[in-house]
Design a protein around this ligand. Structure first.
Ligand code: PRP
Length: 212
């Protein structure tokens, strides 16, 4: 029997796109397309086991070796700094980390800036690089509410299409970082299964070149 490679994919639209890339790279698992609530899918012939994970948890599975490889956003890698190898920029899930505020807001620098975010480490690093004092308000979602209700002056959050900001009368003040999905690997798994993981990297990187 083939050695199984455990692959953690982010649940949702991005994960489906990424699975299609793995399939094209030569690691198919047809049962994953069955519409049910199952979370684990195997193809013993090819030696792959995929599982759907909450996107922000993929790096935890990979860091602790429950998955050999996985796909995680650069935002998560920068925020949590998991001890994993980052092998490839997949060129999908492209968005940016940005500072946003109510339309017309100007930071006059007079007092500590109140920053609401799910990405406290990224926000702190960004403002530290500017030498600006901030008070971080850590939230877990619907960050856009904070400046509307006066909980914060600005937010640091993911902007993809910009629709969420627009519909809430917020606007981008500045871009902090470009973000995209990355292939990551467990450090010891990479040693023991290097040949197969490198095969994945080759198969996926061919597709990112096609996209570019
Ligand atoms: C993300 C982000 C923004 C939105 C940006 O939210 O936090 O709210 O997507 O996308 P847009 O620019 O295309 O509108 P997510 O759906 O992950 O939910 P949450 O942050 O509220 O949990």
């Amino acid at each position: 029997m083939k050695q199984m490679l455990n692959i953690a994919l982010p649940k949702g639209r991005l994960g489906e796109k990424v699975y299609a890339m793995f399939e094209k790279a030569g690691f198919p698992c047809p049962s994953i397309k069955e519409t049910n609530r199952k979370l684990i899918f195997e193809n013993e012939e090819v030696g792959v086991r995929y599982f759907w994970v909450k996107p922000s948890d993929v790096a935890i599975y990979v860091e602790r070796g429950a998955a050999d490889v996985g796909v995680a956003g650069k935002d998560i890698l920068l925020e949590y700094e998991p001890d994993v190898y980052e092998l490839l920029d997949l060129g999908v899930g492209v968005c940016r980390m940005a500072v946003a505020a109510r339309e017309g807001f100007r930071d006059d620098g007079a007092r500590t800036l109140k920053v609401a975010t799910k990405f406290s480490r990224i926000a702190k690093a960004h403002y530290a690089s500017l030498g600006r004092d901030i008070d971080v308000i850590h939230l877990n979602g619907s960050i856009e509410l904070a400046p509307i209700l006066g909980l914060s002056d600005v937010i640091v959050d993911i902007v993809e299409t910009g629709t969420t900001l627009k519909e809430n009368h917020l606007e981008v003040v500045e871009t902090v970082l470009p973000i995209s999905a990355r292939l990551i690997a467990n450090k010891s798994g990479f040693k023991f299964k290097s040949e197969r993981i490198e095969q994945i990297v080759r198969g996926l990187s061919m597709q990112t070149e096609e996209q570019a």
